[in-house]
Write a protein that binds this ligand. Sequence first.
Ligand code: ADP
Length: 744
Amino acid sequence: MEELQSAQTLDDSLGKASSRAKTAVAADDAVVFLINGDNAIAQRVGKSVSFPLTGSSIQKVLEAKNLFLDNSIGKLAGFYDVRELYTEGFRSVLSLPLVSSEKIFGVLTLLGREEKFFDDSKISRAKSFSLLVSLAVANVILRGWLKEKERLNQLFFEDGSSAILLIDEAGKIADANANAKKLFGAIAGRSADDYFQSNSFTQRVLEKKLNSIEVQSSNGPKLFELRASISQDKKSAILRFIEAGDVEKNKVVYEQVSEKSPDVVLQLSADGRILFANDSAAELLDYTKKEFANMTFSELVFQPDLNIVNDMLSELSGGATVSKSAVLRFSSKKGVQEKFDVAMRGVKDEVGRLSRIVLVAREVGARSNMQKQFLDSVINYSSDAVYSFDTRGVVHSWSQSAEKIFGYPRDTIVGGSVRTLFPQEREGELDEMLRVLNGKKKLASIETVRKRKNGELFNALVSIAAITDESGRIVDYVEVVKDVTAEKKMEEVNRIRRKLEERNRQLMELNEMKSVFISNVSHELRTPLTNIHGYSSLLLEGEPGPLNEQQNEFLHVVVNETNRLTKLINDVLDLSKMDSGRFKLVLKEFDLRDLVEKCSCKSLAEKKGVYVNWNISPDIPVIMGDPNRIAQVLINLISNGIKFTETGGVTLTATRKTRNFIQIDVADTGVGIQFADQKSLFRRFYQVARKDGQKQEGTGLGLAITKEIIRMHGGKIWVESTPGSGSTFSFLLRTTQRKQRIKK
Ligand code: ADP
């Protein structure tokens, strides 16, 4: 890439690109390396360090065609350039390929002083940015290359008969045209001063102090007129050696020079026959050289444009020697070839008559086409949406990823306005970004919102760069848009999760406070209740003196209500203990038969006139559990059975289900429970509504506590019922064998 060295602004532009990448990723340093394939040398721009690629991390990037990441550089890092970074105080390095036309032409290296500096988000930002760096660098290279090419083409065309030499900044002869090679021999690579045997040859050329020179040719010394085109930086020059040669010789030179040209080059006789056509003519217009030889120029021109050609030809045959230019269309075998810039120049013979015409045609916009293709090849490399648009906001290029992300196929957006990609309320953002860029201020990437074809808005990370022409004028803008919707969503999910966790923590705290409060209040209530119950019972027993019938009746009500209240307080207290984890089982072995005897609620059943039976299978083993809590369960189930049974009674059956479980069924012949209510019975405060609309007796807490006690014993409880003919509550209990499995 000799072009690299010749472009004066390249270092500058690389410096800018790397410093922008540095700010975008918030890295501690950033460097752009350019790869010179021939010499296998990478240049560290700014510091102009060059080192062989072999064994470097840059080579690793080239081989893997992918990024290189080392987040904990050690003293003995595997690559010598990375080892060097360690001594410079860096601990993390990320190198990304700079790619054009699938070729890596450089590497962007970002550095961090901390270990583990490059996380996923930094890497993804760096990837987006490496693309902009590629564009910036590619643009400079392309610009330099086009400029050079145009300059040479122009010279060749203006003066095909002269020998041309290109002298570079080092004073070396960098290139020579065929004519020069013929005249001077193989001189490329030699110092111009040496060759022309003058210490100040180059200097005098650059100062435009040399107008003619004598050159030793095979036919003896020859005097040439010397014309120099000096580069803008006054360091290199293109030299033309002009000699009054014969026509035949000129013809050969023309053919040699024009053969190489990417433009269509034709030689015509004075009457318009095609004498010569170059390779580009054959390729672009699709005729063989033989076919050209039998054609006139008029046949080649798209008929409606013929008058333009005739005007040009008549002006030239009128003795004119100046070049004439016009825009023409050609008829090729492939059909009409859209527009060519055409220039003609008359060549006179010895007696001053027009002998032939040299014609050069260049596709209009070939240059911008080339630039477009070049940019396209860079932008299609990215998984981010990349597109370019001009100063009017007209979209010029559109990457495949842009199609995917925005939903617009290339054809539907190229030529349209870039503003369609902005949500209405953000239209001002474009002008603001361009204003900043036009003011040549640095523009870091911004987080914003863009609009897809289907109208959907998405979160985007946007970077924008300006593409300038040789005079530094902005011709295009390139935008890289990263769809960060998924990242944003993750952030949002995490935010909500954190909020929920916080809420949960608060709720748990409140719950704990509530449990403590309830257990305190319950304790406080129980003491006076015990007294009320005790003294009322004493009065009923007639201890302090006899009671009349009404006093007796009223006191019975007091004792009953006190019992109810005590049960309610005990239930609430149990639940609050369960909630706060303070409800503890006191486990021991017990015999179910003894327990059932005690819990049979005989007096309650007698009062109601229903029976309570039990049938305990002889193979029921000793149970391991908390006998007081199991008694609570049995009392609750049996008393419920009695409560909801008018005729018949309650039967308890205990059977051995498996080696480890026994099942206890408490079946009644009562009202039964509607299916819809069955599931809810075990919920706190749930009571089945009574048909007569009266308030149900009880608290609705009994079954909730029962279920929890069974669960703590490692068992489970359920109900089966047929409304009108009774209910059966069943639960499983573990036998002693697996006592270690009992939950505490
Ligand atoms: P309570 O202390 O109010 O009885 P429970 O939790 O023990 O509370 O019972 C909740 C509700 O379940 C009762 O109000 C009743 O409607 C229904 N229920 C419980 N056992 C039976 C049963 N054996 N037959 C019909 N309904 C019942």
